[in-house]
Ligand binder design. Structure first.
Ligand SMILES: Nc1ncnc2c1ncn2[C@@H]1O[C@H](COP(=O)(O)OP(=O)(O)O)[C@@H](O)[C@H]1O
Ligand SMILES: CC(C)(COP(=O)(O)O)[C@@H](O)C(=O)NCCC(=O)O
Ligand SMILES: [K+]
Length: 243
């Protein structure tokens, strides 16, 4: 059994896998990290390996306490990836984006793929049909947009994500919801239209904490898979076992 751990900038997500079967899912904060991981390891004594992708503030040392329970693969840019990295600064590319690209290549072979991860930030990653990783974009995620409007102004309230009633917001709250939610869906549809103009044939994977909320609001039809990063971690692990 494998425990996959995704340390994002907002939350930690974990999954237990028995080969390719998703057995268990948890989500928690950094504060709860030690307690939750210990709990999962006790609950599933068959876990023999842990695979970690971290872009948040947990590093390799934070996992040392679990080394006597399971073997740990901490993903960094020295592990094997099934794509050619054409990013100009490969050493600063987010590990989560590399893991997502791995999942896209292994699950959807020989196709152009666009991965959109709607988490703390929205990341866009494009991997072409020849398995070249080209890059994409980084923009603020939904919560970040609401929080920054509040934090960097004197008058704007802090709101939580809500379906806007209209594009034309007729109150402060409705204007904010329209700006954040309609702004982001227009951004995503705009990027998708740009990729379509380059090549009509590509698949789109939408994941992250806001994937389901966004999927139903996009002009383009996309199926959300909130677990794509955890599934991709399992695949990255397996890919590195087959030497
Ligand atoms: N319980 C929750 N706590 C925090 N964010 C949540 C929650 N449920 C959904 N979200 C949404 O998920 C986004 C963060 O997604 P997530 O994939 O967890 O981020 P990250 O991988 O960067 O930690 C936020 O923009 C927020 O709107
Ligand atoms: C862009 C990110 C902050 C996204 O993090 P997340 O929203 O998943 O928490 C992360 O992928 C990262 O730190 N990237 C490094 C810069 C880059 O990818 O070029
Ligand atoms: K992201």
């Amino acid at each position: 059994m494998l425990l996959a751990i995704d340390v994002g900038n907002t939350r930690i997500k974990t999954a237990v896998f028995e080969q390719n079967t998703f057995v268990d899912y948890s989500v928690f904060t950094k504060k709860e990290f030690n307690e939750k991981v210990s709990f999962i390891l006790n609950q599933y004594p068959k876990i023999s390996s842990i695979v970690v992708a971290s872009v948040g503030n947990l590093d390799k040392n934070d996992f040392l306490a679990f080394e006597n329970k399971a073997k740990i693969l901490f993903i960094n840019n020295e592990v094997k990836f099934p794509f050619t990295n054409l990013y100009e600064t490969p050493n600063t590319l987010g590990i989560d984006r590399m893991v997502l690209a791995t999942g896209a290549v292994l699950q959807f072979p020989m196709q152009n793929r666009l991965v959109i991860d709607a988490g703390t930030c929205i990341t866009y990653d494009f991997i072409d049909e020849n398995d070249n990783y080209l890059g994409g974009a980084i923009s603020p995620g939904i919560r970040l947009r609401y929080e920054s409007l509040h934090q960097f102004t004197a008058k704007l309230p802090l709101l939580t994500k809500t379906n806007p009633k209209s594009c034309i917001g007729n109150s402060t709250n409705e204007s904010i919801h329209s700006g954040v939610v309609n702004g982001l869906t227009n951004e995503i549809d705009g990027f998708i239209d740009y990729y379509k103009s380059l090549n009509a044939n590509f698949i789109i994977i939408l994941t992250g904490g806001d994937a389901e909320f966004l999927a139903m609001r996009l002009k383009n039809t996309i199926f959300a898979n909130s677990n794509f990063l955890l599934e991709s971690l399992n695949q990255t692990f397996q890919y590195n076992q087959n030497d």
